[in-house]
Design a protein around this ligand. Structure first.
Ligand code: ADP
Ligand code: ASP
Ligand code: MG
Length: 471
């Protein structure tokens, strides 16, 4: 069998018929190179948000609002399908899309009557986006002379039952992939699967968390020992920061697994934080590529980071965070105090991003979420508690900060006008993070970018693109 390559296309890469056409061309290109693509697709752009909005509206009892959203989605999918396949194929595909939307509307009506949205129903509703896109795209590929076959993600991606953030069961997934994907891939067929969704062993639909199609791609890559995992998106690769915040962000040509994982965890939306682990386990290179500019080399994520002249490779920001201050002079230096605090976060299944401690206080940062009042109530059994939202964490990542002097001074000089609430440099010494007000994030990222990427190392960053934009 020729080498397998997992190709994941995000929402914007399948947003309409034109984008799906481009996707088919990119897949054909890989076949032309003698590779066997396994394709993972997201829902069409914005569909997951809209499905969530419909579920929430129905959960509030707003039946008409929910059905208005699904009516628009139904039209969008029918129109796209119609533009992609022949009238003959459309007769069947169109009928299938209609039936799926009819059952979705049934669920939403029921939800509106009951007035309560459970995580299980929410997963069932949002999974529609990938279920629709994957079937439609498999058909579209076939019409473009690709020997494509639709594979139901629910049969392959086995997870536990934590709806909204289900945990994949690696061993079972490997077995299922051998059963439902490998035989087709070995025969040279292009398997097309929806990302983001899975099912429990009993067949209840689950989802892997927002942006989870990247994770599906990595699970497939790991489970099938693929030669590479390609993440096709709407930017040229991993950039020195989010190009929406800083238009002169540069493409990073090569980055290490460790650096990419840190960036993804600390907010760089280009990659889901769990994408790296399955790839690291089997040392499979991950490439981030632009489906609107497929000629571009993109970013290559590999195990060993190349040495770089500048200390950082990229800057990420995690927004809408809350700082919780726990102050307890009476517990000063007492044994088991930190454990008691972390037990509270554990009880509420709430991940903590950053921690700093002083003699009498502990400050922690968490995603702003509706469990905060309950967490604060539990913590107040131990100490005095204050919490403050609208904060953001800026995370500067690069393996070359190890052992370099004076970097912190440069960072804090660049952002000297703002109030820094917490600072941390991890033991891995590849990231430097600090908390500031959410409102200041964009301006400070631009200031830091000017400071550290003003004279970029051409070995690591795509400076050619910079020259072209100046011309
Ligand atoms: P997809 O739908 O293809 O999964 P996403 O919207 O999830 O795409 O991720 C791509 C977006 O991530 C880009 O459009 C960009 O705005 C954002 N982004 C944030 N940080 C970075 C970064 N460091 N490099 C590249 N893109 C980034
Ligand atoms: N469609 C899902 C989302 O928007 C998963 C993904 O696109 O990766 O979160
Ligand atoms: Mg994404």
């Amino acid at each position: 069998m020729s080498q397998l390559v997992v190709m994941k296309f995000g929402g914007t890469s399948v947003e309409d018929a034109a984008a799906i056409n481009r996707t088919a061309g990119i897949v054909r290109g890989r076949l032309g190179k003698g590779l066997t693509p396994i394709v993972v697709v997201s829902a069409m752009a914005k569909v997951t948000d809209q499905l969530l909005a419909a579920a929430n509206a129905a959960g509030r009892g707003d039946r008409a609002g929910a059905l208005a959203i699904t009516a628009r989605l139904r039209n969008r999918h029918l129109e796209t399908a119609c533009a992609l396949v022949s009238a003959q194929v459309m007769a069947e595909l169109g009928q299938w899309i209609e039936t799926e939307f009819c059952s979705l509307d049934e669920v939403l009506r029921g939800l509106a009557a009951v007035g309560e949205l459970t995580p299980r129903i929410s997963d069932m509703v949002v999974s529609m986006g990938e279920r629709l896109s994957s079937r439609m795209i498999a058909q579209a590929f076939r019409q473009r002379d690709l020997d494509a076959i639709y594979v139901d993600a629910r049969q392959c991606i086995v997870t536990d039952g934590q709806h909204g953030k289900a945990v994949p069961q690696d061993a079972l997934i490997e077995q299922r992939l051998k059963q439902h994907v490998l035989p087709y891939a070995s025969a040279g067929q292009v398997c097309v699967m929806g990302g983001f969704i899975g099912a429990t062993e009993k067949g209840v639909i689950t989802t892997l968390g927002r942006g989870g199609s990247d994770f599906t791609a990595a699970l497939l890559g790991g489970g099938l020992d693929a030669g590479a995992i390609e993440i096709w998106t709407d930017v040229n690769g991993i950039m020195t920061t989010d190009p929406r915040i800083c238009p002169n962000a540069l493409r990073v040509k090569t980055i290490s697994f460790e650096e990419a994982a840190e960036l993804a965890y600390f907010g760089a939306k280009v990659l889901h934080p769990a994408t790296i682990l399955p790839a690291v386990k089997k040392n499979i290179p991950v490439l981030v590529l632009n489906s609107r500019n497929p000629q571009n080399e993109g970013t290559r994520i590999i195990s060993l980071a190349p040495h770089c002249r500048s200390p950082f490779k990229s800057i990420a920001a995690k927004r809408r965070l809350t700082i919780i201050d726990v102050v307890a002079s009476r517990m000063l230096m007492s044994h088991g105090y930190l454990k008691a605090i972390f037990d509270v976060f554990d009880k509420h299944k709430c991940p903590v991003d950053m921690v700093s401690t002083s003699e009498v206080s502990v400050s922690l940062t968490v995603d702003s979420n509706d469990k905060l009042p309950d967490i604060a109530a539990d913590l107040s059994q131990l100490a005095d508690v204050k919490y403050e939202g609208r904060k953001a964490l800026i995370c500067m990542v690069g393996e070359d900060i190890r052992g370099q002097n004076g970097i912190a001074a440069r960072v804090f000089q660049a952002i000297r006008h703002v109030n820094v609430r917490m600072i941390s440099q991890g033991a891995s010494e590849i990231n430097m993070s600090f908390m500031i007000e959410d409102d200041d994030v964009e301006e400070e990222i631009r200031a830091l970018h000017d400071e550290f990427f003003g004279d970029p190392d051409p070995e690591i960053f795509d400076v050619e693109a910079l020259k072209e934009s100046v011309r």
